[in-house]
Design a binder for this molecule. Structure first.
Ligand code: FAD
Length: 523
């Protein structure tokens, strides 16, 4: 007998991992070995537009986890499998090889993944040998618990938040216990099959997802792997002061360490979050999204550490308009979009949430789309944001909103093409949040920006990058410019500096977008 914990791309951690914790409890109670499995599925990565950066980050984290688990005498076996249609039988065949009769995994809410897991349960039931347990783990509050009075899922964020906060304050879930060191260590290591699993290695790369060496190096500097790093990133956000800017290939932790100042209270990044979070020219947000998307730290751990800060005088602070409150409410967006995905599977099938916008007329213009991807639209704040994504695999939230609005409303290009590009380039690509963010920007989603409220990228630019440092850093063609000229260079100046001239005028594009949204199907 043995228990298997099947680790997936969204739960790359040992602590507060519910499926792993449950699997460990059972193994210890029944005095049977606990084995961990990770299946790389390149066909799924292609089908889901997974970025090579995200795959590389997964592999780097698996190497760290493999060591942590081995210290607990839990081997982590990593295999690669295709075609993806036979993945359920592959997993069960591995369990049969190991003579394992319990399978534990955390639920993934995307449609393909749910179907795959249902198939595994069906096969296991037919064969009658393996008991499967799938556990809710991704959210702070489990999908299905936050409901309207009529028992329905929320599709608007504010009432969702009002219903979500009491769950958090009155009955927060305890964190899951870390797995115990396996008591029968010697027999696991000496076992002719299990002992060899400790020699299993994590591949250097997945075919078709190998990073160029410069990019791999850059990602390793910006986004180091491991749970300890994720905790340090959280501490950096909770306890250290923000510096004015931090872009490109710099190690956030090293930079943070230079100015560590424990417990600066209101001066900390979280203390300043309420007022400074929209500033793209300052390093004021947590930068935890790659770690949260890959489950290297749980959102519950983040919230727990936040509400226990000495400055959050009491737990009710989470609903207030303070740095702490605002940050917790931002994390609630992640829960909100995941709940939406779990309740409305069509959002992961490329459909607009609001069907009335299914027929909006989009432009098909490869040149414009490519220029947007390359950060060469001629609109400095859009280009800086897109170049940040290209360099760092990460973008500031405001940058994402401005770039997404520009693609969908100014260039009038289908939001699904932008959604796909973000998934392919970002290290924190997450279907629920990315789809939610894109449909919000394109006004087609749950709780969308109304279609007639269209960002003016030039006034946004002045607000979010008042120093201009952000644009100057990512758009070096404009490094000598200041003030209005920097945010909105004239065509003549742009040409002189070798910078593109925009394809559209914002006022005209705005009118076109309003017309097309008002009457879907019209030109
Ligand atoms: P912080 O401001 O420190 O926030 C803390 C955490 O809360 C984030 O790490 C994230 O997990 C969550 N969060 C914050 N804002 C949002 C939000 N609006 N929606 C959902 N979760 C949020 N986030 C992703 O994790 N993956 C994506 O693929 C993704 N794609 C996006 C696409 C678009 C078009 C837009 C507008 C937003 C997208 N977001 C995505 C949300 C948000 O931009 C990032 O989570 C945030 O910028 C990450 O930076 P941070 O960790 O410093 O955030």
């Amino acid at each position: 007998d043995a228990v298997v914990y099947w680790m997936r791309m969204e739960d790359l951690r040992v602590n507060d991992n519910r499926a792993l914790s449950r699997a460990s409890e059972l193994a210890v109670k029944n005095k049977i070995p606990l084995l961990a499995l990770f299946v790389l599925s390149p066909q799924d990565y292609i089908a889901h537009d997974r970025s090579p950066r995200r795959i590389d980050f997964t592999l780097r984290n698996l190497r760290v986890i493999q060591k942590s688990l081995a210290e607990l005498h839990i081997p982590l076996h990593v295999v690669s499998h295709s075609p993806r249609t036979t993945l359920p039988s592959k997993v069960l065949s591995i369990l049969a090889e190991w003579n394992a009769n319990h399978l534990f995994a955390n639920i993934e809410y995307e449609v393909d993944e749910l179907r795959r897991d249902v198939k595994i349960c069906e096969l296991a039931r037919k064969e009658g040998k393996v008991q499967c347990t799938f556990v809710h783990d991704k959210c702070v509050i489990t999908p299905g618990l936050v409901k309207t009075k009529e028992g329905r899922a929320y599709t608007v964020y504010s009432p969702f938040l009002r219903a979500w906060i009491p769950h958090l304050v009155d009955k927060p879930d305890p964190l899951a216990c870390a797995p115990s060191p396996q008591p029968n260590a010697k027999s696991i290591h000496d076992h002719h099959v299990f002992g060899k699993l400790f020699e299993s290695t994590v591949p250097e790369y997945v075919e078709g997802f190998k990073l160029e060496s410069d990019d791999a190096q850059q990602m390793e500097i910006c986004w180091k792997a491991g749970e300890d790093v994720a905790s340090e990133m959280l501490n950096r956000f909770l306890h250290t002061k923000a510096r004015s800017s931090q872009f490109g290939a710099s190690d956030p932790l090293e930079d943070g360490a230079k100015m560590v100042e424990k417990n600066p209270g209101k001066e900390s990044r979280i203390g300043k979050y309420k007022d400074a979070r929209d500033r793209v020219d300052a390093d004021t947000t947590s930068r935890l999204s790659p770690y949260l998307a890959a489950g290297i730290i749980s959102a519950r751990q983040c919230i727990r550490a936040t509400v226990e800060l000495p400055s959050s005088k009491n737990k009710v602070d989470v609903s207030r308009d303070t740095g702490v409150g605002r940050w917790v409410q931002e994390v609630a967006w992640r829960d909100f979009y995941t709940h939406v995905l779990a309740n409305f599977p069509r959002v992961s099938m490329g459909r607009p949430f609001q069907e009335k916008f299914a027929d909006v007329e989009w432009e098909t213009n490869e040149e414009h789309l490519q220029a947007w991807k390359d950060g060469k639209t001629g609109v400095p704040i859009v280009d800086a944001s897109m170049r940040q994504a290209k360099t760092m695999g990460w973008m500031h939230n405001r940058g994402r909103m401005i770039a997404a609005m520009y693609l969908t409303k100014d260039l009038m290009i289908d939001w699904r093409l932008g959604e796909k590009h973000f998934m392919e380039v970002l290290i924190d690509g997450d279907l629920a949040s990315n789809n939610g963010g894109w449909q919000w920007s394109a006004s087609t989603g749950v709780d969308p920006a109304p279609y007639f409220r269209i960002f003016n990228p030039y006034t946004q630019s002045q607000k979010v990058d008042p120093t201009g440092e952000y644009i100057r850093h990512f758009v070096p063609e404009l490094e000598k410019l200041r003030g209005d000229e920097l945010h909105h260079p004239s065509p003549k100046l742009a040409e002189k500096l070798g910078y593109p001239v925009p394809f559209v005028r914002h006022d005209e594009a705005r009118e076109r977008a309003i017309r097309r949204y008002k009457t879907p199907g019209s030109k």
